[in-house]
Design a protein around this ligand. Structure first.
Ligand SMILES: Nc1ncnc2c1ncn2[C@@H]1O[C@H](COP(=O)(O)OP(=O)(O)OP(=O)(O)O)[C@@H](O)[C@H]1O
Ligand SMILES: [Mg+2]
Length: 498
């Protein structure tokens, strides 16, 4: 065995994050590590990379016990990690990012030519032929992710850990990254793959280990598991079928609520018309970078539209800034909740009431009893896994932090809520809960704009789907025409479907 973990234990105040977990990784395998939000996946990885110090247990690499105290030490031992957010420097060149820290020198100076040549040679192993003297940030997230993998492998070279590496990639880009991972597997690396995308897990992994509440539930060969069995291991119960396949509804009638006309901005999105009914769910489909998020940002005043108008039943709406949009009853749960969302050292309660408090002004504090009631209500409704409302939000697992950001916007009870990739990073159980919540919200009259790369999710929730491509709204599918097949075709060939 390349890597063996025995009886790994890690406790935080009030939480046993890992309880005597065993885990084995062979050379030349992709081993998926799965479990609900808060199950302990990131904690296991952090103990392995020295980011957290474990309370107990042993780690053996190549038959020798190891005890990494920092990520650099883990790297030197052969363990490299790539996270969802590319943790390289976008303003340095690709070559600088790849060679950073071990630059070739000539007469004491960095030899740029040698550095570029080495960087090109490194990337050639991954089938990438790009200009390494350009800034890293000028390339797509997928290419940046591959560069991050190349760097991690060059520095470590035995074990590669991928913690939700595909969360911000589209289907084509996922395949690019998978090709790279398969190549590394063939070279004998051991790869740990953490993901909430079960289809990807079945496609890529050789074995699966499931954690639940900090305990190891099972390790099995991927070929021996089916989807339902896997979900049962993860949740400890079966998923109700009806949530995965909601009954197709007849196109409901919605009273008009909002109307955008010729709404657009140069370089962001071509002018579009969009009507949204009360209680209606409009989906935005398209590839990454097509202009979905940009459409939503304009509606929220970040930045304001240059062209067009927005109105409701009583007249024109001022949407020149997020503050104005919030005053108009809009809400926006962003895709990148890490940067746009949480304040890590405030409690869950404070993070949830933050938006509501800001809207009504800090001079009129929300009574503490009301804050407690709101926080407890959302912790229950969204099943946020925490020991209590006063816990700093930074101590929640990634998926549970996202639920808390969603709660903040729901607490403001907007009439129109934009959800950008609402289920990214959310486990299968909570995923179903969020789809159910979307149905409940619209039943109560809230209108939603849902941006999602998961076509099945759009089919499950949307009354109407707008397909965005090359920064234009190119097609609209309504009612019974909202099918996975039709959306896929419209993304590929908009002219046909329009
Ligand atoms: N720094 C910390 N301080 C206190 N508690 C923590 C800390 N980090 C994690 N925890 C707790 O440990 C448990 C496991 O969290 P972890 O981040 O490992 O979950 P995860 O499986 O990675 O979930 P997700 O799918 O949401 O990313 C959770 O209960 C979490 O609140
Ligand atoms: Mg995690």
């Amino acid at each position: 065995m390349l890597l063996s973990i025995r009886s790994l234990t890690k406790t935080f105040p009030g939480t046993r994050a890992l309880d005597a977990v065993d885990f084995d990784l062979a050379a030349g395998e992709v081993h998926a590590l799965l479990g609900e939000n808060g199950a302990g996946k990131s904690t296991l990885i952090k103990c392995l990379t020295g980011a957290y110090l474990r309370d107990g247990g042993t780690i053996t690499l190549d038959a020798a016990p190891i005890d990494p105290k920092s990520t650099v030490e883990a790297q030197d031992l052969g363990i490299g990690t790539v996270y969802q957010e590319v943790n390289l420097l976008p303003n340095l060149t690709v070559a600088q990012n790849l060679i950073f820290g071990r630059e070739p020198r000539r007469f004491g100076l960095i030899d740029n030519r040698a550095m570029r040549a080495e960087a090109r040679a490194m990337l050639a192993q991954y089938g990438l032929d790009i200009d390494v003297s350009r800034d890293l940030g000028s390339y797509s997230v997928a290419i940046q992710q591959i560069i991050a993998i190349a760097r991690a492998v060059a520095l470590s070279g035995k074990v590669l850990i991928l913690d939700e590496p595909t969360a911000s990639l589209d289907a084509r880009e996922v395949q690019m990254v998978f090709e790279v991972v398969r190549g590394l597997r063939a070279r004998g690396l051991g790869i740990i793959f953490v993901s909430h995308f079960l289809d990807q897990v079945f496609e890529l992994s050789d074995r699966i280990t499931v954690l639940r509440n900090g305990r190891k539930i099972t390790t099995e060969r991927t070929a021996d598991l089916d989807r339902m069995a896997l979900i049962e291991h993860m949740l400890g119960r079966a998923l109700e079928d009806e949530i995965l396949h909601p009954a197709p509804e007849a196109a409901a009638e919605h009273a008009p609520l909002l109307e955008f006309q010729g709404f657009g901005r140069n370089g962001m999105i071509a002018p579009f018309d969009l009507k949204i009914g009360a209680g209606e769910v409009v989906g935005l489909a398209g590839l990454l970078g097509a202009g979905r998020t940009e459409s939503a940002q304009l509606m929220f005043g970040t930045p304001p539209a240059q062209d067009g108008t927005a109105r409701d039943g009583s007249g024109p709406l001022d949407l020149h800034s997020p503050r104005a949009a919030i005053a108009a009853g809009f809400g926006f749960v962003p895709e990148d909740r890490k940067t746009d969302g949480i304040i890590a050292d405030l409690s869950i309660r404070e993070n949830i009431i933050l938006g509501l408090q800001a809207r009504q002004g800090w001079a009129r504090p929300i009574p503490r009893a009301e804050q407690n009631r709101l926080a407890d209500d959302f912790i229950r409704r969204l099943d946020i896994r925490t020991s209590g409302r006063e816990k700093p939000i930074g101590e929640l697992s990634g998926g549970n932090q996202q639920k808390a950001v969603l709660a903040r916007w729901l607490a403001m009870n907007p009439r129109f809520l934009i959800l950008d990739e609402p289920t990214r990073g959310i486990d299968v159980g909570a995923h179903a809960e969020i789809l159910r919540l979307i149905h409940d919200l619209t039943d109560a009259g809230m209108s939603l704009l849902v941006i999602s790369s998961e076509i099945d999710e759009l089919v499950a929730v949307a009354d109407r789907v707008i397909v965005v491509r090359d920064r234009r709204h190119v097609a609209e599918l309504t009612g019974p025409r909202v099918t996975a097949d039709a959306i896929m075709r419209a993304i590929a060939t908009p002219e046909e479907a329009a």
